[in-house]
Design a protein around this ligand. Structure first.
Ligand code: SF4
Length: 172
């Protein structure tokens, strides 16, 4: 299967957070989809939100929610930006932002992406190259496969398990 047609994209499109979780942990993605725990209660997520809101006091935040699926932190004329608490899960942040760029491209909108890690004073550019586009398509197909599984993917210890909202469920 590929996402070469609009029909494929309509079938595969999902939320940004699910694409992010695919790279964090496939089991987490499955559990999140099932709604076993409320991720919004996680202190880390809350901290990230607070930081995102306070790190750019002089800049007008222009959040953009599209189709209730992707929620861009800051949408500018040339670029879109995501503000993250730390770069511990940079690979997941990157695929999420690539997915946003991909999503916008399906709507005929071309932008650059920037990942901001204000606490670390870091900024990383993300560009939707043809290779990155393929990576996003592979990720979308994999997300669908995971969500269709009847049981959660097998346990696999990750370095960040203890900080995960599902830690008790997985390892308790
Ligand atoms: S606790 Fe670890 S294995 Fe379980 S969902 Fe979270 S990251 Fe994945």
């Amino acid at each position: 299967m590929s996402t070469n047609t609009d029909a494929d994209f309509q079938t595969l499109k999902t939320t940004g957070i699910k694409v992010n979780y695919l790279y964090v942990c496939e089991r987490k993605l499955w559990l999140f989809d099932l709604g076993i725990a409320m991720e919004s209660r996680s202190d880390k997520v809350l901290m990230g939100k607070l930081l995102g809101e306070s790190s750019y006091p002089r800049e007008e935040k222009r959040e953009l929610l599209i189709d209730n699926l992707i929620n861009i932190d800051i949408a500018g004329d040339e670029e879109i930006r995501e503000v993250k608490y730390s770069n511990r899960l940079a690979h997941a942040d990157r695929i999420q932002l690539l997915y946003y760029l991909y999503y916008l491209r399906q709507l005929g909108i071309e932008k650059r992406g920037v990942l901001n890690y204000p606490k670390m004073r870091k900024r990383e550019e993300v560009v939707l190259t043809p290779e990155a586009e393929k990576e996003v398509e592979t990720a979308l197909i994999r997300v669908k496969e995971i969500l269709e599984m009847e049981k959660p993917p097998a346990l696999q210890r990750k370095p960040y398990c203890t900080k995960c909202a599902y830690y008790e469920f997985c390892w308790g």
